[in-house]
Each structure stands twice: as C-alpha cells, then as structure tokens.
Design a protein around this ligand. Structure first.
Ligand code: SF4
Ligand code: SF4
Length: 440
C-alpha cells in the first residue's frame, strides 16, 4: 500500500521508551468511585437513575440522557450510592454532578445482555447496543460512537480507518492494547465494517511501534483488514492527517471525514465495541499510561472509570515534590490539571506527571515573523494571523480565516522559537468567534 503523508507537522521526541515495554497492569478497584453524570459534552447533563442509598451492580446503568449526542453512564463497581454531588471534572475546569459509589468489593456484575449473533443483527440494532453500553471515542475526544458510525444518508462511506497512530509523545495505551489484545481490535473492526457496510478497513500505526504493527498484522491475517505503517510525525493521528496519509484524500475545510467517504475510529474504541456487542460489557474501564520524570514506576494501567487520579498517581509512585505539571492526555494536546481529586473518564489516555525541565516553562519572547508556525501547521492555516486578529479583538475576521479548521494540535506552538502562547490565543479566538456566531 502507498503512503502519501501530510504537509506540515513536527517531530517532537516521542518519550515512549518509559512505558512501551511495560505490560499492562491492573489497578485494584478503589474503595470509592466517582462517576460524572456527563458524557462527551459537559453541557449536556445525564439524569441519574439511582438515588443515595441505592445498591448498584458493576456495569449497571446509573444515568442516561435524552437526545442523540450523549450516551448512558454505568457503575464501574458493585456497591452503594453514598452521594450525588457536584464535583470537579478533568475537562474544561468544569464542576459536574457526580455519583459517588462505595465499592463493596464483591465485583457483582449486572446481567450482561450480549448480542447472540451480531452478523445477523441489523445496523440499527448494533448502533442501539453501542449507545446503550456507553461507547464513546476513547482516543480523547469522547464523541458518541453510535453517532459517528451513522453518517448522513446522503454520503457514501467506502473505507473504515482505524487510528492506531498514537502520535502524542509519552502515550502507550493504544500501543499496549495492540500488543496485549489485538483480537478484540480486529473483532471490533469487523463489527464496525458490518455497521458501515464497507469492505475496506485499514489500521494505521506509526512506525515507531514495530511490535504493534507485527502484532496487528498477525491478528488480521485472513480477515482482509489491512495494516498500514505510518511515518512517525505529529499529528499523524489527526483524522484529516490520517486520511491524507493513507488514502491521499483531502477533507475539505469545514467538512467531516464522511465528506470523502471515510469514517475514522480509534483502535481502543474498536475493542470497546467488541466487548459491548459480543460480551455485553459496558465501557467502564480503560488503559491509561502514567509517565513523566516525576513518576518512579511508570506504567500502563488498566483502571476503572471513576478512579481518582490521586490513586493512580500513588500506584505509580509519583513524587509530588518533583511534579511541576500534571497533564491529562499527551503533552501536545493534553489538559493541565489543577487537582488530583478528579476521576478517570473514558477519554483518559494518559496522565503525565512532568518535572519543570519537561515542560515548556521558558520565557515568551516577541514574535520574529519567522513563519515557522505556518510551516508546521498540518491544516495549512496561518496561526500567527489568528493570534493577531484575536489580540486586536477582530473576532469577525477569524471565520473567513478558517480558524474553526484548527485542530488545536499545538504544532505551531511547538515550532515557535519565541515560545508564543499560540494555542491559548487560538482557543480564546474560537470561543469569541462561536459567541458571535451564536448571536446571529
Ligand atoms: S494548533 Fe491549529 S493553527 Fe496551530 S498548528 Fe495545529 S491546526 Fe495549525
Ligand atoms: S513561529 Fe513564533 S516567532 Fe515565528 S512567526 Fe510564528 S509566532 Fe512568530
């Protein structure tokens, strides 16, 4: 298969060595779990289906919401609901209603309804199961999977791309899953192919993960699912970059991958779909990479959703004295955290406990108009112009400048020799532009 690549991007040190050979280990279920009553978008509340004092089972649905753009939430332990209260959430600095459950240690599962023969099930039946089991994109964005797998009727999908690039430095959660459980990814891919009605499925993996490439090639033998090694270049795992690199198709400005006949799913999400459909297991746990120089025992940890970051950091022996910054996700697109008392959610791919010398804590200097930010942008945008327009409060002009095409990958900021806070300005510009658009 050909490799076409994409324009722009950067090549940061991948820092994968710290955990790439660490077998995935299980963190014992904590005494308390904290399940936020939100999914995908903190602005869409999920209604609790339980009250204080209720006994719940592992995998039991404890919250749901009306509407397409969200999914139910499930308990990750068996136990008793102790509180339902507002608690900090690790995304957007939000505080959201949260079900606090005391674990009884019994691991008593709710009845798991499996699909007996998914090959004979309709697309609608499979999508309903995927929603009911709370499946969202676990690569980080947590977009509802049943929505993504149901593109508009006026587009024709011919290819499924599975994203195993994991291009963010430090992270090895997808890498380990491809090594430890490739069969679940392949089986999940078959189910997605059936839902989309496509013959072609390709799994893209960066070439800094040769063991994962070999593991997936072996698991895919005889299935017709192709494995495509990708050049290691950030942000290779961006949907539009993946499509360009593998299929040489350019997703037009403002459009989704379906506009060029493609649906992209994360490899971990494919495995979660398999567990949901074939074993009836909702998405209540995931693999998280815990890394960074402040971590004494860096690990890839299988952890229950709702476990506090503090427990995960203790398990990996994080030295709080050395930790300068705590990041959810990778260093390029991750979110700085101000508290350890927030729960692991479905999109928690990594927790980085970084020392000062690992962070970008250098002085910001004046722009020297070198253009390196423009060269680095994988979306062909003009980051410097976004910043200038935002600083001058000329928000109306950000729309025609295609600000909303920015995927906030951070390549521009990484390339900037003056250490300008480009992504921060871009995020502010987006907020202001969306406020203007909402007023229309
Ligand atoms: S953050 Fe946005 S502007 Fe900067 S390189 Fe990425 S896509 Fe381009
Ligand atoms: S890379 Fe930095 S210094 Fe160079 S033009 Fe862009 S903002 Fe200015």
């Amino acid at each position: 298969m050909s490799f076409f690549g994409f324009k722009g991007g950067v090549h940061p040190h991948d820092h994968k060595a710290q955990t790439k050979d660490e077998l995935t280990v299980l963190l014992t279920a904590p005494k308390m779990v904290y399940i936020p009553l939100v999914q995908s978008n903190p602005a869409i509340p999920v209604k609790p289906l339980v009250k204080i004092g209720d006994k719940v089972l592992k995998g039991q649905k404890i919250g749901d919401a009306e509407g397409m753009m969200t999914v139910p939430v499930h308990s990750s332990v068996s136990g008793t609901v102790k509180k339902i209260e507002d608690r900090p959430y690790p995304v957007m600095g939000a505080v959201v209603p949260t079900v606090c459950i005391e674990n009884d240690g019994g691991e008593t599962w709710a009845e798991l309804q499996k699909v007996e023969d998914w090959e004979k099930s309709s697309k609608e039946e499979l999508l309903a199961v995927i929603r009911e089991k709370g499946i969202v994109g676990i690569g980080g964005a947590t977009f509802p999977t049943h929505v993504k797998l149901n593109p508009p009727k006026d587009v024709t999908i011919d290819t499924l791309l599975l994203n195993g690039a994991e291009c963010e430095p430090y992270l090895n959660a997808d890498n380990r899953l491809m090594l430890d459980d490739p069969a679940s990814i392949i089986e999940g891919t078959k189910i997605i192919k059936k839902i989309l009605g496509v013959d072609k499925a390709i799994i893209g993996i960066e070439d800094n993960k040769p063991e994962a490439i070999a593991s997936m090639q072996k698991a895919a033998e005889g299935t017709g699912i192709e494995i495509q090694p990708l050049k290691t270049r950030y942000p290779q795992g961006g949907e539009k970059q993946l499509i360009k690199s593998i299929l040489n198709r350019q997703v037009p400005s403002g459009k989704l991958p379906s506009a060029v006949g493609v649906v992209v799913q994360n490899t971990g999400t494919a495995a979660a779909i398999y567990q949901a459909v074939v074993n009836g297991i909702p998405l209540i746990e995931r693999v998280v990479t815990v890394a960074g120089k402040a971590v004494k025992s860096p690990k890839n940890v299988r952890v229950l959703v709702g476990t506090l970051f503090s427990e995960l950091l203790d398990f990996c022996e994080v030295d709080r004295e050395k930790m300068y910054k705590l990041v959810l996700g990778g260093p390029m697109m991750g979110l700085a955290q101000y508290s350890e008392e927030v729960p692991v959610i479905k999109g928690t791919s990594g927790l980085l406990a970084l020392t000062k010398d690992e962070t970008n804590a250098y002085e910001t200097k004046p722009c020297i108009s070198c253009g390196k930010c423009i060269e680095a942008c994988p979306m062909g945008l003009q980051p410097l112009r976004f910043v200038q327009l935002t600083l001058k409060a000329q928000y109306k002009e950000l729309g025609p400048a295609n600000l909303l095409d920015c995927i906030e990958c951070g390549s521009c900021a990484y390339a900037c020799p003056a250490n300008r806070p480009l992504v921060e300005s871009i995020k502010l510009g987006k907020t202001k532009l969306r406020e203007l658009m909402a007023k229309k």
